[in-house]
Design a protein around this ligand. Structure first.
Ligand SMILES: Nc1ncnc2c1ncn2[C@@H]1O[C@H](COP(=O)(O)OP(=O)(O)OP(=O)(O)O)[C@@H](O)[C@H]1O
Length: 388
């Protein structure tokens, strides 16, 4: 899949911009603050309907405007796909696909596949569990779009249940009867989400390990993934060996139900839901030790990159070719890692790269260049450049 044309209106610093794109690598180059990342952020938004840099939509709308528009013509095999998104902070976004409005914007999720690697991804290794949960859930939804509803329903149930627990605490247990109903929803949706995450982590393990060996070299310790949960699981938090047998949804639901019952008094005391996938974590390890708190800066970078390249290979194993986005990453990588990433970037159907300094980008990726300057983005014709 590749973006053939990108048009933005009132998105970040762009009042209006139109860029025609081609398959293969494209480098967006320009001085700091010209809007290069904003362009690729919009491409990422097509896939996840969220930004890789901020957690809400408001900063995406140009100062002084009410809404932002992202419009992209994509090509997937021989088919054209036109995606139009109106970003309306504080109100529902509106999405059209091939000019037909989608009843629910989230129906877009899964249609456009991207793998985006950016400096922000260091939080996957060093950040909070919520950063890793978001990574897992975005990937889940992209691979299995029906899980978008499970994810958002779970979040809604959690909110309602937390509100009820707070009331229960204040009213000294008065609202507990209603809590049983919410427990049922929590268990039903939570076990589906948990099961899907465990499956996803198991599927990712071999791809991340292979990508890490490619990026960090064959002598580096093996990168592993595990999952730690508020629901007791066999081997909790330890790296999942390839081919691990996973519990099914019914087993997870029974375990979650039991745990919810055990923690009820604590939950009422604290006025919040203490059990469920919203408290879980993806554990990334390097050899025998967890990466968080142990891995050096360079090792953390390699792991974050391996996670993203693992996603790319996972999509490929599903028969999909996602758009690869590399935002501002080459300048921070050493020679070996640059070469490893360049090899992957060349293999992708489309790779969109941003860089402030062209020389930081490996020469084999510099073919097509979009100069970003003074509120405009224009493709540089190498023939014209040679003459000038
Ligand atoms: N909502 C917004 N409205 C207007 N301008 C914005 C908005 N959000 C961000 N900007 C501006 O967009 C500009 C460009 O941001 P961007 O991160 O894309 O730069 P860049 O070209 O990738 O720079 P760098 O090389 O430093 O990474 C910044 O000057 C920022 O202030």
């Amino acid at each position: 899949m590749y973006v053939r044309h990108l048009q933005l209106g009132s998105f970040r610093n762009w009042e209006r911009v139109d860029v025609a794109l081609t398959p293969g690598p494209t480098v967006f180059v320009g001085r700091n603050g010209e809007g290069k990342t904003n362009l690729v952020e919009a491409v990422g938004y097509l896939a996840t309907m969220s930004s890789h840099r901020v957690s809400s939509d408001a900063p995406l709308v140009r100062h002084g405007a009410e809404q932002a528009v992202v419009r992209a013509a994509l090509r997937r095999e021989d088919r054209e796909l036109l995606v139009e998104i109106e970003i309306n902070p504080g109100r529902a976004n509106r999405v059209r696909v091939n000019r037909a409005p989608l009843p629910r914007p989230r129906e877009l999720l899964g249609l456009v596949k991207t793998v985006l690697f950016a400096p922000e991804d260091l939080v996957l290794v060093r950040g909070d569990p919520s950063d890793r949960r978001r990574f897992l859930d975005d990937l889940l939804v992209s691979r299995t779009p029906r899980l978008a509803a499970v994810r958002s329903d779970y979040e809604r149930v959690l909110k309602q249940r937390n509100a009820l627990l707070k009331t229960a605490r204040l009213a000294r247990g008065g609202a507990l009867a209603t809590l049983d109903v919410w427990d049922g929803h929590l268990v039903d949706l939570g076990s589906q989400l948990l099961s899907a995450r465990l499956r996803l982590v198991a599927d990712l393990v071999p791809h991340v390990a292979a990508a890490h060996a490619q990026v960090a070299g064959p002598d580096a310790p093996v990168a592993g993934l595990g999952y730690t949960s508020t629901v007791p699981l066999a081997g909790d938090g330890t790296p999942l060996p390839a081919g691990t047998a996973l519990p099914d949804v019914a087993e997870l639901a029974a375990a979650l139900r039991e745990r919810v019952a055990e923690r009820r008094t604590d939950e009422v005391d604290r006025g919040m839901t203490l059990v469920g996938p919203h408290r879980d974590d993806l554990v990334i390890s390097l050899g025998p030790v967890p990466a968080k708190g142990f891995a050096s800066h360079g090792e953390s970078w390699s792991l974050a990159l391996a996670l993203k390249l693992g996603c790319l290979e996972l999509f490929r194993a599903d028969g999909e070719e996602p758009i690869l986005v590399l935002d501002d990453v080459f300048a921070t990588l050493d020679t070996e890692r640059r070469a490893a990433l360049a090899a992957v970037a060349r293999s992708a159907e489309q790779t969109l790269i941003t860089a402030a300094v062209l020389d930081d980008v490996p020469a084999e990726l510099r073919g097509t260049r979009v100069q970003v300057a003074g509120g405009a983005a224009f493709v540089v014709d190498p023939a014209v450049e040679e003459v000038s």
